[in-house]
Design a protein around this ligand. Structure first.
Ligand code: B12
Ligand code: NAG
Ligand code: NAG
Ligand code: NAG
Length: 422
């Protein structure tokens, strides 16, 4: 553990008052540093065309000591392309990520010359207008977190009282189907903390941070995971910058770190997953993106690339699982089936098997994304971001923390796809 080198004058004042735990940070020690290599390799060797991956990889690489010039150039070009192709259809969060990546890559001139912060402010305003009109943003509160984080770090204009209102703790903002979204809460904490550091006396901002930190601490599992393994990195970032809001014994950072390291590489084989977890493992947060030097030197990469074992069942012994499709919104459709698949099969394989048996009831479509295939329709029923519906994945009535191409099924599972609101 160490205390962050970065302290604002206010931070310094608080630091003198509470020397025990301001910016409590734990990070991999030098002996364990090579445990991060698989993550770095996954990112650097990624050639995924998805627009939201490139900026997040650039942000994560900012904190890696070695430089990977070739990869960094490739991802930077992708980010520039994102920005050039940016139009009304580009989501605010995507645009915010692109700006954060430019910042990480020391391209602040581009941001100034093209007045990109103004443009982000407009996209953010459109989200806020949508909330005023319809009660929900155009996208999600996760993206609003990215927006405010970027606007704040890049010295854009905003009203602190409006930001405080925007991120006030209400279920509809932070919950999906009664489950607290740790990722969403963590992004809000980072955004609010940035605002708090620049405008130190706004009580409502601090109250929000305090409540969100409590909710995040509430999601710490016995093994140290916060939420699930994919939200843990972002939750760690949130807890690093808010240690004055909780007690030392409320969070064993070392335990969390250890558990995350134990999940490398299996859980983080996708570049997007690797990029989201890496900053925290090095004791860094997105608030550090504007710090540090802006010079690069060539780097080398000596490790082999881990491969994703996607949709390739390993064994030939069959297991039987239940699978059902439920339209939870109209309640007019419910269909179940029991199928037999090879041991080690993925959720997706079960859906395919069911589809073979009854195309009308179990036919489905997916759209590929940085997180793998996203289920878009089942039984001819299309989920729609306009109506804010999605096909939720469950097993034994519990929502899954992985997509259909990653969740491995076990004997006797009761799988379900459920059309729900978000
Ligand atoms: C908001 C959100 C959602 C929203 C998306 C709504 C929307 N149209 O914007 C909803 C509620 C629909 C959703 C659904 C699911 N999600 Co989600 N989601 C998020 C969250 C919090 C933010 C995503 C975002 O806005 N990114 C920023 C924008 C700029 O990037 P983007 O590329 O445009 O984002 C798109 C994708 O992320 C996609 N998406 C969102 N979730 C998922 C999940 C999968 C498996 C896929 C393939 C795509 C996908 O929707 C976004 C908008 O188009 C992330 C958290 C995170 N750490 O990233 C989790 C996250 C990506 N989701 C996750 C999961 C598990 C799911 C579900 C499988 C949950 C479930 N049990 O059903 C389902 C997907 C089911 C399916 N149909 O295939 C996991 C993925 C982990 C993994 N290894 O795959 C994450 C990391 C959260 C977590 N910690 O568990 N999600
Ligand atoms: C934002 O303002 C601060 C304080 O005035 C300054 O130190 C910092 O360099 C600015 N950052 C950017 C990205 O303009
Ligand atoms: C924190 O967790 C580590 C690793 O699991 C354990 O060794 C240590 O004793 C814990 N510390 C406290 C204060 O509980
Ligand atoms: C990687 O390879 C380069 C060039 O072959 C070498 O100079 C460097 O020391 C190696 N790095 C590590 C960490 O082994």
């Amino acid at each position: 553990m160490r205390v962050s080198q970065w302290l604002s004058p206010v931070g310094f004042l608080l630091f003198s008052l509470f020397p025990a735990h301001l910016c409590k940070i734990c990070e991999v020690n030098s002996k364990e540093k090579d445990k991060l290599d698989p993550l770095i390799n996954t990112m650097v060797n990624s050639n995924e065309p998805y627009p939201s991956v490139a900026p997040q990889i650039l942000m994560a690489l900012k904190f890696v000591k070695q430089h990977y010039s070739k990869a960094e150039t490739t991802f930077l070009n992708q980010v520039k392309l994102n920005i050039m192709q940016c139009d009304g259809a580009t989501s605010s969060g995507q645009f915010a990520l692109d700006l954060l990546a430019l910042t990480a890559a020391c391209q602040t001139c581009i941001i100034k010359d093209y007045k990109l912060v103004k443009k982000l402010e407009q996209k953010f305003q459109a989200e806020v207008d949508n909330i005023d009109k319809y009660g929900h943003p155009l996208t999600t509160y996760y993206q609003l977190g990215l927006d405010v984080l970027a606007i704040c770090l890049l010295n854009g204009t905003y009203s602190t009282s409006k930001i405080a209102d925007l991120f006030s703790v209400e279920p509809k903002k932070y919950y999906y189907n009664n489950q607290f979204s740790v990722d969403t809460g963590a992004l809000a904490v980072l955004a609010l903390t940035c605002v708090d550091r620049k405008n130190p006396d706004v009580e409502e901002i601090r109250n929000n941070i305090e409540m969100l930190v409590k909710m995040i601490l509430n999601e710490i599992k016995p093994d140290g995971t916060i939420g699930n393994i994919y939200s843990t990195g972002q939750a760690m970032q949130a807890l690093f910058v808010t240690s004055k809001y909780y007690k030392e014994e409320d969070w064993n950072c070392t335990k969390t770190l250890k558990t995350v390291l134990n999940h490398i590489p299996q859980a983080f084989q996708r570049p997007i997953a690797a990029s989201q977890v890496l900053p925290a493992l090095q004791g860094k947060t997105y608030l550090d993106l504007t710090h540090g030097t802006c010079q690069s030197s060539p780097g080398y990469l000596n490790n082999s690339i881990p491969t994703i074992t996607e949709s390739t069942p390993q064994s030939h012994q069959n297991i039987s699982v239940k699978y059902q499709v439920v339209d939870f919104i109209t309640k007019h459709f419910k269909k179940s089936i029991e199928v037999s698949v090879p041991e080690g099969s993925f959720f997706l394989n079960v859906m395919e098997k069911a589809q073979e048996e009854d195309r009308k009831a179990f036919g489905f479509t997916t759209k590929s994304s940085e997180w793998g295939p996203y289920v878009t329709s089942v039984a001819g029923i299309e989920a729609s971001s306009k109506d804010r519906t999605y096909w939720q994945l469950l097993n034994n009535d519990q929502p899954l923390s992985q997509g259909v191409a990653e969740f491995v099924v076990s004997k006797g599972d009761k799988l379900e796809v459920r059309l729900s609101y978000y």
